[in-house]
Design a protein around this ligand. Structure first.
Ligand code: GLY
Length: 591
């Protein structure tokens, strides 16, 4: 049973923490040698007697991810003397093995790093790029319509992967251990295998149609003509070989070496566009984060090509004038106001957001307090504005939600938040033959035809049109919330277009409602993205609340869960970790 589900008084947890030296994945909190006095002061801050859900508590380091085996890889790296970046890189490589539907070598993502040494915050962009031969209309058929599935489940869907460049760049730049040491757990997991979880088995079953098309994919993820089932061993020898090549040769093995050659050969065999030149010229970019101020906290988050940071700050700015703490968490008043703010932000997203290396994005205006006040002034306290009244009908791109996030904090105060992805579950479903590496379908995050419905029936903007080497617009929002210059909350989530609102609610739950990270993760979520004109909610809101919201004119839709946050909070010298209960495979592990 995950330790986060136990409702133990903190003093008991603290006693357990020092009782065990080598934690099993789900038991790591028991190994943390924390002090009862410090724990009690933090407990007071959290109202532990009042809280139903409790985070894992540790003192020296905390790793939170969607797969306990990957969290264990990070914890092992911290204990070996690595810092938070070493541990995050270990988790990133391990997730490529143990969370194959989202963890990856063949995708891309973003990393927020706070360096305790110089106090700097950096946004590392390792998002995929469009291949050099990509073109604006590549997903249109002869009649000018978006061709079904072409941007998702074909070799044309694959963007030039950034994950290996991103992880190795971070390791060289901020890590302290050798790359081979940091990658050792991932190599071990790929080589020896691990039992498929129920969650992974269900995901494999759901994607059987697309994954099953490709012999190299079936050879890894299928047995006896069907996807692997819960409990089956998943051994990935080709992936282990690729990981070993990267561990010994660095990113060159992927971008200019034997792995890259196999990816290019795979593309050439099936009409894909990625060339040896595309791989050789792939570059990660260190970007200046988006920074906002919210009720005395500093929110440091991801800039374009993510839309996440800008709209997180924009919505927080709108909220600053509202006494949401008095209104209460989960109240109709709070949800209605936040939903109206979300609509305005997502309307702007559709119009203005794209890769700033290619299009001009009015970042300063979108994140300005004055603009937010002007927007907030248009919100009616008891009447939802129809989406069609908010903007002349330009719905925004809508991404799939099979992404993953992990957060790490070490004893020195370094903090790392990483969100990376293949886009949909298992990406394109295509394994580059001989590499064991699943390739992304991130090209679908571009607007296949700006201004016209894409393959999902959703519409994207001109700023996000396809161009060679451009990065598709993302919603991934790895975020650091700083207090007095130090990391206070390290968070992020998968969830496609719902990432932004999931991170928003996590930040608001922590700051306004003073929830601990486990309480915040367990709180039902809501989401409005302007179009469709629908206030999507998880189960768990009371019928009275939903009735009030309907009375304000909100169109309520109770739908599947949203987001899977992986959060660390730092308070009074202790680390509090919580892996979202929406994924039972995740774990917060500390020591
Ligand atoms: N592919 C999902 C995102 O980047 O937002």
């Amino acid at each position: 049973m995950p330790i986060r589900r136990l409702f133990l008084p903190l003093a008991v947890v603290a006693a357990l923490l020092s009782a065990c030296a080598t934690p099993a994945p789900h038991d790591a909190a028991r190994a943390a040698p924390t002090t009862t006095a410090a724990a009690q002061s933090a407990a007071a801050a959290y109202d532990f007697d009042m809280d139903v859900f409790h985070p894992v508590v540790a003192k020296h380091g905390m790793v939170v991810s969607e797969q306990a085996l990957a969290s264990q890889a990070g914890l092992e790296t911290l204990k070996a003397g690595g810092n938070a970046v070493d541990a995050a890189v270990a988790v990133g490589f391990a997730l490529a093995v143990v969370l194959p539907n989202a963890g990856n070598l063949g995708g891309g993502g973003f990393m927020m790093v706070h360096s305790a040494q110089d106090g700097r915050d950096i946004a590392l962009d390792f998002r995929e790029t469009a291949p050099g031969r990509a073109s604006r209309d590549m997903y249109l058929d002869a009649s000018g319509q978006v061709a079904d599935g072409r941007s998702l489940f074909t070799h044309l869907a694959v963007g030039v992967p950034g994950s290996v460049a991103g992880l190795t760049h971070a390791q060289q730049r901020w890590g302290t251990l050798p790359l081979s040491r940091v990658m050792a757990p991932a190599i071990r997991l790929a080589e020896r295998g691990y039992p498929v979880s129920q969650t992974l088995a269900e995901t494999l079953a759901k994607t059987a149609k697309t994954m099953g098309q490709w012999p190299a994919t079936r050879a890894i993820f299928w047995r006896d003509g069907a996807p692997l089932k819960a409990g089956d061993p998943l051994v990935q020898k080709d992936l282990a070989r690729s990981l070993r090549l990267i561990a010994s040769q660095g990113a060159r093995a992927f971008y200019q070496g034997p792995i890259g050659q196999k990816i290019v050969a795979e593309m050439a065999r099936h009409g894909g566009l990625i060339s040896a030149q595309d791989l050789a010229r792939y570059r990660v970019v260190e970007r200046t984060p988006i920074v906002g101020e919210y009720r005395g906290f500093r929110v440091v988050t991801m800039p374009p090509p993510s839309s996440g940071g800008i709209h997180l700050v924009q919505i927080l700015n709108m909220m600053e004038g509202w006494p949401v703490r008095d209104w209460g968490a989960g109240s109709a008043q709070t949800i209605h106001h936040m939903a109206e703010a979300m609509k305005l932000a997502y309307a702007d997203r559709s119009e203005y957001l794209g890769d700033t290396d290619f299009v001009k994005v009015p970042v300063a205006g979108l994140t300005s307090k004055a603009y937010a006040r002007a927007l907030a002034a248009t919100i009616d306290a008891t009447h939802a504005r129809p989406s069609s009244d908010i903007h002349p009908g330009k719905p925004q791109p809508y991404e799939s939600d099979q992404t993953t996030h992990f957060s790490v904090v070490d004893a020195a105060g370094n903090a790392v938040a990483v969100t990376y992805t293949l886009n949909t579950n298992f990406g394109s479903g295509i394994v580059a033959d001989g590499t064991g590496i699943l390739l992304n379908n991130e090209m679908d995050d571009f607007s296949a035809k700006p201004g016209v419905a894409n393959v999902y029936g959703l519409i994207g903007g001109e700023a996000n049109a396809i161009q060679p080497d451009k990065r598709p617009l993302s919603s991934m929002t790895p975020t650091l919330v700083m207090k007095d210059g130090q990391p206070w909350l390290v968070t992020g989530s998968p969830g496609g277009a719902r990432i932004i609102t999931t991170v928003l609610e996590t930040v608001v739950d922590a700051i306004d409602f003073q929830m601990n990270p486990a309480e915040a993760a367990a709180t039902p979520r809501f989401h409005h993205q302007w179009w469709p004109d629908q206030l999507r909610v998880e189960k768990g809101f009371s019928p009275d609340t939903l009735r009030l919201l309907r009375g304000y004119g909100q169109h309520i839709a109770v739908m599947p869960t949203m987001g899977r946050t992986q959060t660390v909070q730092v308070r009074d010298g202790l680390l509090y970790g919580a892996s979202d209960p929406r994924n039972p495979d995740g774990a917060a592990l500390g020591y």
